[in-house]
Design a protein around this ligand. Structure first.
Ligand SMILES: [Zn+2]
Length: 235
């Protein structure tokens, strides 16, 4: 669910493989003090009907480079407030809380190949990727990117940084809060994977209010093979 250049919100729904299902606009005529609540109700209803995970722009959509903005558009402050309301409105309906992803250049990033350049915007109405040729009306680019972002992210491996200490190797992932040390001359990292596996089990997933941590935890827990789900970054 992104901000809409025409006021209110635009949403895109895709399936678990990232295949486009439908999109729509959510706009409400309501008193200024009611507008956010009525928009939220519409989002919750749509998410409920489609059994969806709601994905929002982080930081109120700051730097999303939305085209055609005018005074009907939701401000960054209003969009951030909307995210705040959804954090408890969605769980009330037994839906997961919204996930917020970076909004930087959201409206001129290609939803198909992720190429991000202002030259992708042919006009204020039309988007066409200079890399892969993907074309769409500019207003849908934001929500299309959001809808696909989590799937792209889930396909990506979880980074685990490895640094050399004095006579040991330190493995860590800050989002997860995981740290493990092995002797530097070790040839098999299996003890680290065992430690990670224990760590994930002990965490138990009781931190739904931290969506980033929860997403990483869930991704690793669901993976049949930890080694295949992790990408080691040597520093
Ligand atoms: Zn492209």
């Amino acid at each position: 669910v992104s901000r809409s250049p025409f006021g209110g919100l635009n949403y895109t729904i895709c399936d678990h493989d990232g295949k486009f299902l439908k999109h729509g606009r959510i706009a409400e005529q309501a008193a200024p003090n009611q507008i956010l609540y009525s928009l939220c109700n519409r989002i919750v209803k749509t998410a409920w009907e489609n059994r969806s995970q709601v994905i929002l722009e982080a930081n109120g959509g700051k730097n999303d480079r939305m085209p055609l903005r005018d005074d009907r558009c939701l401000s960054n402050g209003q969009y951030a407030a909307l995210a705040g309301i959804l954090k408890y409105k969605l769980p009330e309906k037994r839906l997961p809380p919204p996930v917020e992803v970076s909004a930087n250049g959201l409206f001129f990033t290609c939803p198909r190949c992720s190429n991000r350049t202002f030259r992708n915007r042919i006009s204020s109405e039309l988007f066409a990727c200079i890399e892969c040729g993907y074309a769409s009306e500019a207003e849908w680019i934001g929500s299309e990117n959001l809808a696909g972002r989590l799937i792209k992210y889930q396909r990506d491996k979880v980074p685990l940084t490895v640094t050399k200490q004095k006579d040991s190797l330190l493995f860590y992932n800050r989002t997860l809060g995981f740290e493990c040390t092995l002797p530097q001359n070790v040839t098999d990292y299996q003890p680290m994977y065992d430690e990670l596996s224990r760590y994930l089990r002990d965490l138990g997933g009781a931190f739904q209010n931290d969506p980033k941590k929860y997403a990483v935890w869930k991704k690793l827990c669901r993976s049949p093979d930890l080694r295949a789900a992790v990408r080691l970054i040597l520093k």
